[in-house]
Design a protein around this ligand. Structure first.
Ligand code: AGP
Length: 681
């Protein structure tokens, strides 16, 4: 999905080579998000001139294009602002023309990079065309640059922040611009210590005005909502951003790194601040000012400059060939991080700080609806049973897109849980807004701190799995699973009848990490198995029942997603209702047959497959007498509590998908047509 990176140096002399390299490196840190083209705009050789470079394909190709264009790399700039972008095509095919940055006019008076979607771009485009603008691209983004130019031409004295606000007021959709990005993170590097570790937020002053004047201003503001009249700049209150001033009030040399993702910033600085929705950050002459349109909207009036803990090596591959492989092998640690400080296995207690204030309200709710997409949806399916069992609250699990398509009924006494690795998935985010509008209590279960879902929900749990870079989600799945089991344990804390079961689950959780390590030892044998049984196959069937059906769904998604092999997950009980017709001695089949209360029923499906000449590979517990025959191909996984078994069973399937993709020589971390963070509907 699109990524944004900007770099500003103020009173810190940098040559063009440094600036371009910084932008290119920033973009390569964002590559994991998935993209199909990349571009950047930097200052040209003459005053007010812009040099733009755009290329289809990888960042490496953009680097080549820049080298071929031979810009003067020695030219130095005391102060400079460069913007760059990786694009994942939504409006218009991946072509150089459609690459960002987009421009207002041939002189590049305004250049824009954008993440997200402008839903009213057609209306804006029609209006701007009627005013004489000629559009050069098929994108929704271009209207932003042209709109800025149009408004600016009407009011040439307008301040940049006032103009930015006027532009933003006209845009509908989910958009982040340089100009502005949700969620935008800004890294700051100064040679001297910053005076304070926050930046003040500046508001329109009307909240502080006498009533009569405020109403006049409201009228002005209303009229200013039209394209022809941007907001009156006299309404703005300006304050100094104290963090970047010296003792005598003079701005200090500073560098600013702006990105859609902290992973592109961490190599430059650890000092970052996150913007909230609707914040407008304006960087000018070494000062960073944050503006909002309205006061009293419940947001804090400062943005804290935080120190991020993310280390560069955390986002690098280390000894592994692919991020996905690294992330599969990180799971023994990532699940521990999910439980750290939360699960006290000795005293049999779970504490989820982010839910504490709301836990009793959730206990009283009429229904819990889990809403998510893809892998995150599967993790919700995987914990539905344990939630129902421990809480005895009706549970629904919804795909965010379908939930919205149906405009499903949601009530004030519902609790809606949004599960998302990225916290930015457009479908989940829209479903969240839908539930908020209907007054439901919303809970976020997310990995990315500061993501939109984590900011917009009433409360939540960070799964703390660490950065997940491979497009195929692996460690986020197991951490979501564990986080939600802990959520169910918290909710059932007051139920004496569940005490024994809760203890059993907590004991199981405490052993999970070690059991993951055991399973990962199967890596080589699974690799061989893939080469032996699945090479050059056209299709694969994955069978599971009860809590193992979500495991099968997740395994099938992984296999499709990165190895491009058609793989279908089937609920074993449904086999005889149609899918059995596919089964013969040639169709590769994996059956999940670890022991649980449905084992006998699952065995029926196994017998049905065997009877049709099928030779399934079985995921079972070690030394299960049912599968003792030397002829049976087995992947033996340790036994755990039934409701946690899916955590263990999914790992061999992750490895199968990985080795299938590697065997085909495919790009494991960046599968075709997919993006890590799906920020479009
Ligand atoms: C998982 O391997 C996929 N890449 C995809 O299904 C993903 O889980 C889905 O797009 C939801 O993303 P989220 O968890 O970031 O919301």
């Amino acid at each position: 999905m699109c990524g944004i990176f900007g770099y500003i140096n103020y009173l810190v002399e940098r040559d063009r080579q440094f600036i371009i390299d910084t932008l290119l490196n920033g973009l390569s840190r964002l590559e994991y998000r998935g993209y199909d083209s990349a571009g950047m705009a930097v200052d040209g050789d003459k005053k007010n001139e812009v040099q733009a470079f755009k290329e289809v394909g990888k960042v490496a190709k953009l680097r080549e294009l820049i080298a071929e264009s031979k810009p003067d790399m020695t030219k130095s700039f005391e102060s400079h602002a460069g913007i760059s972008h990786t694009r994942w095509a939504t409006h218009g095919t991946p072509t150089r023309q459609n690459c960002h940055p987009h421009r207002s006019d041939a002189n590049w008076e305004f250049a824009v990079v954008h993440n997200g979607i402008i839903t009213n771009y057609k209306e804006l485009k029609a209006l701007l065309e009627s005013k004489g603008f000629r559009f050069e691209t098929e994108t929704d983004t271009e209207c932003i640059a042209k709109l800025a130019k149009y408004l600016y031409d009407q009011h040439p004295d307008i301040e940049f922040t006032v103009l930015a606000k006027a532009v933003i007021k006209e845009l509908e959709g989910a958009f982040g611009l340089l100009l502005k990005v949700p969620p935008l993170v800004i890294g700051v590097r100064t040679s001297k210590k910053m005076k304070v570790d926050f930046v003040d937020v500046e508001y329109s002053e009307e909240g502080a005005l006498p009533a009569e004047q405020a109403s006049q201003n409201a009228a002005i503001k209303k009229s200013s909502a039209s394209l022809l009249a941007p907001p009156d700049k006299s309404l703005l209150h300006r304050s100094q951003s104290r963090a970047f001033l010296s003792d005598d009030g003079i701005p200090q040399p500073a560098e600013f790194f702006l990105s859609s993702d902290p992973s592109a910033i961490v190599e430059h600085t650890k000092k970052v601040l996150y913007l909230e929705d609707d914040d407008i950050a304006h960087i000018h002459e070494g000062q960073l000012n944050i503006h909002r349109l309205t006061k009293d909207d419940g947001t804090s009036n400062v943005r804290t400059i935080q120190t991020i803990e993310l280390e560069l090596q955390e986002i690098m591959k280390g000894k592994f060939d692919h991020f996905m492989q690294k992330e599969i092998f990180e799971q023994p640690e990532s699940v521990v991080n999910t439980m750290r400080g939360r699960l006290d296995a000795v005293n049999k207690k779970v504490t989820l700080g982010g839910l504490r204030q709301y836990i009793s309200t959730i206990r009283r709710c009429r229904r819990i609806i889990f809403i998510a997409c893809g892998t995150s949806y599967h993790s919700c399916m995987a914990v539905r049973g344990v939630f129902e069992e421990l809480t005895e609250i009706p549970i629904a699990v919804e795909l965010a897109s379908d939930f919205l398509d149906r405009q499903a009924p949601v009530f004030r006494d519902d609790t809606c849980v949004f599960v998302s690795q990225s916290g930015e998935t457009a479908d989940s985010l829209m479903a969240l807004r839908y539930c908020l509008e209907r007054g439901a209590l919303t809970v976020g279960v997310v990995n990315v701190v500061g993501s939109s879902i984590s900011l917009l929900t009433h409360c939540g749990v960070h799964i703390n799995a660490g950065p997940e870079i491979g497009v195929a989600s692996t460690k986020a799945y197991t951490s979501q699973f564990v986080a939600m089991v802990m959520f169910a344990l918290s909710l059932s804390e007051d139920r004496a009848s569940k005490a024994k079961r809760r203890e059993e689950i907590m004991e199981g959780l405490a052993k999970i990490s070690e059991q993951f390590r055991e399973i990962l030892k199967l890596n080589e044998s699974i690799k061989d198995m893939c080469a032996k049984f699945f090479k050059d196959q056209k299709s694969l069937l994955l069978l599971g029942r009860g809590a193992q059906f979500p495991t099968a769904l997740e395994g099938a998604l992984k296999i499709k997603e990165i190895s491009y092999l058609h793989c279908e997950a089937v609920m074993s009980g449904e086999l005889k209702h149609g899918v059995l017709a596919l089964v013969d001695e040639n169709l590769p089949i994996i059956m999940i047959l670890t022991r649980d209360n449905l084992f006998t029923k699952s065995l029926n499906a196994y017998q049905q497959v065997i009877a049709r000449g099928g030779r399934p590979i079985v995921i079972c517990n070690p030394e299960d007498p049912e599968f003792s025959s030397a002829q049976t191909e087995k992947i033996a996984v340790p036994k755990t509590v039934d409701c946690l078994q899916g955590l263990l069973n999914v790992i061999p399937l992750q490895l199968v998908s990985y080795w299938l993709a590697v065997g085909e020589g495919l790009n494991v971390d960046f599968p075709r047509n997919l993006a890590k963070s799906v920020t479009v509907e």
